[in-house]
Design a binder for this molecule. Structure first.
Ligand code: SF4
Length: 1013
């Protein structure tokens, strides 16, 4: 600050935000923020003082708390638990001590002898933190005001004038005055008075007649608190209570409107439309502000508003919203640190390798990019499909795992093992330090070794080559690129700051890499708040505490419900109400009222801004996202009493009622597309074809029909019964699996997955029954021999005698128990004897022929494998059994027999044709928690229903042929037989939920193509 240039007779204006500084300078007034004022004073009066960074305070405090944990039992417990619990506690302690500084409680807090162990720890931590920072030559940022007040009291007045470039200082439009800030202001005023100047404060008050009987509003409380602290009345600027005067007074105002919305989306679109109208009428974007109360809920409201504005092509500057998203690159880097810290776990490494942020060439050491990318992807695939193998340390274990894979030939395995060893060693190196500074340095090396860098998507790359406005996908890509580019900077700067803080504080005690990682993650999160500098041409969307006190054309106060306005930004602290009250009693009496006035800062801000705004909109939602009613805020009731204009906005997605709230500015093509999508949504989940003809499927060519017939058992090659069941469950699921051959990528956890478990169970059951085949038909049955021999055969099949991991042993034991329970169930069933297991039909190696279903429309050849065939005691009848995992699954399949599932009926046909005997019974048998008395409910009725005649054929056959005919004519709609089917479907990524081909959308595409031609 060049005091001489400005002239010390000029009055210096101190304001809340950088935006106001700029605005004041434009109107010819010298201005700075409070933070800048502190910096000017410190530079002149205390040049040797270095303010600690936020990360330095956190590290020092963490170290202090670790030392205290040795004597403070409760702290020791949290430290032993470690992880996030510990880091969260450090956060809470930091917030507690910062609050104590700002409220001038710190002296009493750290001096007092507290009975409560938690408060004792807080006091000890406060003392130790101060000592450690002082020893490192640092000042706690929260103690700046106290230090400056002290420095002022010892400085010559002219030095102060010189530091500020002014004799008179006026703080204007600042809504929050905490005790430490007032003490500093008082000291400043005392010095400037000696130089013939003054430091004064201007506050807003409501314009109204004096009324001694009414309680003070937040504005009045602040005026009184400042007067008490400075021992002089502040300047006041009267304002009109535009919104409310916080005392229930109903004064009418025509500039206020109330929006009542039935959900966050409706609220956001109402606000976006209002902003759009204002901009269309020529209002500069800088004169529009949208504010929300500062609660986590309202961060969601803010996000919805930003998106609604973006949909209308309006640029928004939302520091909190933008800051709260770390971006893909930062997330990837933190993930890499986690992989390094956790000993390079196989699946986490595979996920990391699939990240596009990785520079494949740098990671693999291969110069050719396509080859490098191919090698990295192949490696990820191998890792996903191979179970862990033990090794001599993480890199060795992961390399051995790759060598044990069946996914590649021996040469490829060797190459991939060498590659994964190299990557593993890089990660291990990152986590091999022992001190904080070392961890930070190695983490930086890891980021460099992985070559993490911001990616430019194809649309963004094209966009950068021209000056057009970025919209839609291009805009998303540009934003992602910007976020990642900023993320890289923040990440590296954060690691540097962490390292510098650790060195500066002399923190060289051994610390685990995991502790470092968590501390760094928290520090990075704290650093994510955006700047308050407005972006040119952008509408400001911000929490109430950031509301600029400049005249506005439009102010929107969103999310006004429940306790929203009262629940300002509260960090989690360790002080309860009793401790706060006790500490407040100990501070200077003149500063006490400011402690109580602190809660009203947001109300003061709001009242002041509303007064200086041409139009104010207050919006609220009547329902939570889950549909629960949400009470409006008292401010809403007050405005309603005053009869302000109120409009209701509905979410068009859920209620297609009155046209209220429909954003008129939505272009016609977008509205049309939205209508189509709404029809999709509406039809989703219904068991029947959607009534809207536009949602039907188009006809397919004869060539495609021929392919469909060939792939679905209509020609030489039979189709499996399980594929037929898939078509029954959902035509698209069947089409995707059977015709397109789509399979879910297999990822092997270290535990057994359901598919493997099923294969083992079926094999073990077959082995147990085949080993006891001759014993089942003997009467009386030798149950003991059957149990013993069956158990021995199952154990041998499962390889339970071999050395195995604990998890695998537990899984195999469970399979063994299920085999035993099926044996018990069968022993209790004297009417049927085991005949054979895993009887295959239709495949080349099978002895039984494929099942042929046919009528005059189509033929359907089916193949399969029957879990078990039983014979009646008189040997005249057969029964087929299909094992299922759970009772629920067995019941569902029984209910759907011959409608959506066909296995049992087709198995019966296969067995009957092969053995020349009637199959008179069939059962889906659950194998978990199976009791000997179990009977599948409705089994007989389902069997009868499946075999009833329908137009000359058994119902199951007729229905299976109906399905085949539909599919072969191209009807492969994503149409689940029940919504439940989708929950277990592997093809949900392909069917595009909601699941209908919309003819309207095809016409749109044609129009678009035509337009573009
Ligand atoms: S997710 Fe549902 S609709 Fe989509 S293919 Fe699977 S079962 Fe069909």
């Amino acid at each position: 600050m060049e005091g001489e240039r400005i002239g010390s007779e000029a009055e210096l204006l101190v304001v809340e935000s950088l935006a106001e500084v700029r605005w004041s300078w434009e109107s010819g007034r010298l201005a700075m923020t409070r933070e800048e004022l502190r910096a000017c004073l410190r530079a002149r009066l205390s040049p040797g003082v270095v303010v600690a960074s936020a990360v330095a305070v956190r590290l020092a405090l963490s170290d202090v708390m670790r030392r205290l944990a040795a004597t403070e039992g409760w702290l020791g417990v949290v430290l032993a638990r470690g992880g996030s619990a510990w880091v969260d506690l450090v956060d809470a302690m930091a917030a507690t001590l910062a609050e104590a500084r700002r409220m001038t409680w710190h002296g009493s807090l750290t001096r007092d002898v507290w009975a409560d162990p938690r408060m004792r720890t807080v006091a000890a931590a406060g003392r130790a933190l101060e000592r450690d920072l002082t020893q490192a030559g640092l000042l706690d940022p929260a103690a700046q005001d106290e230090q400056l007040a002290h420095a002022l009291s010892r400085s010559p007045p002219e030095d102060v004038v010189h530091a500020l470039g002014a004799r008179r200082v006026l703080a204007s439009g600042i809504a929050s005055w905490l005790p430490a800030e007032l003490a500093l202001w008082r000291a400043l005023d005392a010095r400037l008075s000696l130089a013939g100047g003054a430091a004064s404060i201007e506050l807003v008050t409501f314009e109204r007649p004096l009324d001694a009987s009414r309680a003070l509003d937040p504005l009045g409380r602040l005026v009184d608190a400042v007067a008490e602290a400075l021992d002089a009345a502040p300047k006041t600027r009267p304002i009109t209570p535009v919104l409310a005067d916080f005392g229930g007074n109903d004064e009418s105002s025509t500039s206020v409107e109330l929006y009542r919305a039935d959900g966050a989306r409706a609220e956001a679109s109402a606000i976006a439309e209002t902003v759009h109208e204002a901009l269309s009428a020529g209002t500069p974007p800088e004169q529009i502000a949208i504010v929300t109360p500062d609660t986590p809920d309202d961060a969601v409201v803010e996000g919805a508003i930003v998106r609604a504005l973006a949909d209308l092509g309006i640029a928004a500057h939302a520091p909190r919203e933008q800051g709260s998203r770390a971006g893909g690159l930062v997330t990837c880097a933190l993930e890499a640190l986690a992989v390094a810290g956790r000993g390079v776990p196989r699946l986490a490494l595979a996920t990391l390798l699939r990240s596009p942020y990785l520079d494949a060439r740098r990671v693999s050491g291969l110069a050719d990019e396509p080859r490098a990318i191919g090698a990295i992807r192949r490696l990820a695939r191998v890792l996903e499909r191979t179970r862990d193998v033990a090794g001599d340390g993480p890199s060795d274990a992961i390399a051995r795992t790759v060598l044990a894979s069946h996914e590649a030939d021996a040469d490829a395995r060797q190459t991939l093992a060498a590659l994964v060893r190299r990557i593993g060693e890089t990660l291990e190196r990152a986590a091999s330090g022992s001190r904080r500074a070392e961890h930070a340095r190695r983490a930086r090396d890891l980021v460099a070794a992985l070559g993490l860098r911001a990616l430019v998507g194809p649309s963004a790359a094209a966009h950068f080559a021209n000056d057009g406005a970025a919209r839609g996908l291009t805009r998303a890509e540009v934003l992602a690129f910007v976020r990642d580019a900023q993320g890289t900077e923040r990440l590296l700067a954060g690691l540097e700051a962490y390292e510098a803080a650790a060195i500066g504080l002399g923190l060289d005690a051994p610390t685990s890499f995991e502790s470092f990682r968590l501390e760094f993650e928290h520090a990075l999160r704290e650093d994510q708040t955006g700047s308050d500098a407005p972006s040119l041409g952008a509408v400001l969307v911000t929490p109430l505490r950031e509301l600029p006190s400049r005249p506005l054309a439009l102010l929107v106060l969103a999310g006004v419900h429940g306790e929203a306005l009262e629940s300002g930004p509260k960090s989690v602290t360790l002080l309860d109400a009793a401790a706060r009250a006790r500490l407040t009693e100990t501070i200077e009496p003149a500063l006490r009222p400011s402690v109580f006035a602190a809660d009203g800062a947001d109300s003061v801000r709001l009242a002041s801004a509303a007064h200086a705004t041409r139009k104010v909109v207050v919006s609220y939602t009547t329902r939570e996202e889950d549909g629960a009613l949400r009470p409006p805020h008292a401010l809403v009731a007050s405005l309603e009493r005053r009869g302000v204009r109120q409009t209701t906005w509905r979410d068009q997605r859920v209620a297609d009622e009155a046209p209220l709230g429909l954003a008129r500015a939505i272009p016609a093509d977008v509205a049309k597309r939205a209508a189509i999508e709404a029809r999709r949504e509406g039809a989703f989940g219904l068991g029947a074809r959607p009534s809207d003809p536009a949602a039907g499927i188009g006809a397919v060519s004869a060539a495609v029909q021929a392919i469909l017939a060939e792939e679905t058992g209509g020609a030489e090659r039979p189709m499996s019964v399980t594929a037929l069941d898939r078509f029954g469950a959902c035509l698209f699921q069947g089409f995707s699996a059977q015709v397109l051959g789509a399979r879910k990528a297999q990822v092997l956890d270290n535990l057994m997955d359901p598919r493997e478990e099923g294969i083992l169970l079926h094999g073990a059951l077959a082995a147990a029954f085949e080993a006891t085949r001759v014993l089942w038909g003997v009467r009386p049955r030798d149950a003991g021999a059957i149990r013993t021999q069956a158990r021995r055969a199952a154990v041998a099949f499962l390889g339970r005698d071999h050395p195995l991991s604990r998890q695998m042993r537990a899984s195999l034991d469970e399979v063994g128990e299920r085999v035993a329970s099926v044996i018990e169930w069968s022993l209790a069933d004297e009417a049927w004897d085991f005949w054979g297991a895993e009887a295959g039909f239709g495949k080349r190696a099978d002895h039984w022929d494929a099942v042929l279903l046919h009528d005059d429309r189509a033929a359907l050849r089916l193949t399969g494998s029957i879990d078990r065939v039983d014979t009646s005691q008189d040997r005249f009848h057969l029964r087929v059994v299909d094992y299922k995992r759970s009772e629920d699954g067995a019941r569902r399949l029984t209910e759907g027999l011959a409608e959506v599932g066909f296995q049992l009926a087709v198995y019966a046909r296969a067995a009957s044709e092969a053995l020349g005997k009637p199959v008179t019974s069939g059962a889906y048998l659950p194998t978990r928690r199976l009791s000997p008395e179990y009977r599948t409910r409705g089994s007989e009725a389902a069997w009868t229903h499946a075999h009833e005649e329908d137009h000359g054929l058994p119902r199951f056959e007729r229905r299976a042929l109906d399905l085949a005919v539909s599919v072969r004519h191209g009807d492969v709609e994503p149409r689940p037989s029940s919504p439940d089917v989708c929950r277990w479907c592997d093809h949900d990524g392909a069917c595009r939920k909601p699941r209908f081909v919309i003819l309207g959308s095809l016409a749109d595409d044609a129009n678009e193509a035509h337009a573009g031609a």
